[in-house]
Design a protein around this ligand. Structure first.
Ligand SMILES: Cc1cc2nc3c(=O)[nH]c(=O)nc-3n(C[C@H](O)[C@H](O)[C@H](O)COP(=O)(O)O)c2cc1C
Length: 214
């Protein structure tokens, strides 16, 4: 007597079980998030915030950080054939299921370098990398922990047709007491706040039908 019929053993439905549970390869349904932002200064609290999100991603998800520091000023003459740093940035967003933006507040709004990167990746018209993607944001520093910058960013998401996570909000006030000298998160309440936001983002990606097939 044959213990397992040949067709059953080699049927495609068995492979995810063997693949995921026995060998512990990454799940084929892993949610990929591209994160960007921070500020360009050494010692940026927002960069620390972005880095700390990496280890707080829920199971079955992954955060990759995209660099925006080398992106030149937007020039619409070049949007159809953009410079290499823009190409790389735009691809990392297109390949992701969702987006995490970490922004300081500059003059009650979004810093220019961040808006510049968003403008590049949203163009040319009809080929935006952001179309229909779930997005979450966090901010650190300033009097209100960057709240006013976040509300301006939400306005930008309307035209980009993104799907923002509404709650929880992550506004890190007094970041000098939240991170240690090595830039590591040391505040448990902020850690929980970030974890909740990331879980909400990943759930939104799953709802968005973002289960990756490759
Ligand atoms: C150009 C500039 C403008 C700023 N404007 C504001 C502001 O409008 N409101 C505020 O609360 N903080 C403001 N700040 C303070 C920053 O939000 C704060 O220093 C923050 O920690 C900067 O982010 P980073 O630590 O990631 O560099 C400003 C800082 C700079 C450099």
């Amino acid at each position: 007597m044959c213990p397992l019929p040949y067709q059953l053993l080699f049927s495609e439905s068995w492979w995810p079980v063997i693949y995921q549970r026995t060998i512990h390869f990454p799940s084929m349904n892993e949610v990929r998030i591209t994160g960007f932002g921070g500020s360009l200064r050494r010692g940026s609290y927002n960069r620390m915030l972005l880095n700390s999100a990496k280890s707080l991603m829920p199971e079955g998800s992954r955060l990759e950080i995209a660099e925006i520091s080398a992106i030149p000023l937007f020039n619409q003459d070049l949007e159809a054939n953009p410079p290499e740093p823009v190409r790389v940035f735009k691809k990392s967003i297109k390949d992701a299921d969702g987006v995490l933006i970490v922004t300081p507040e500059y003059n009650y709004s979004i810093p220019g370098f961040l808006k510049n990167a968003i403008d590049w990746a949203s163009r040319p018209y009809g080929d935006s990398a952001f179309e229909g993607k779930p997005v979450a944001m966090m901010s650190a520093g300033g009097r209100l922990g960057g709240a006013r910058a976040q509300y301006h960013l939400r306005q930008v998401f309307v035209f980009l047709n993104m799907k923002p996570v509404n709650l929880p909000e992550v506004f890190v006030m007094n970041p000098q007491t939240v991170f240690d000298g090595e830039g590591r998160l040391k505040d448990e309440r902020v850690r929980e706040n970030i974890s909740e936001l990331l879980s909400a983002l990943v759930s939104k990606c799953r709802e968005n039908g973002a289960m990756r097939k490759d």
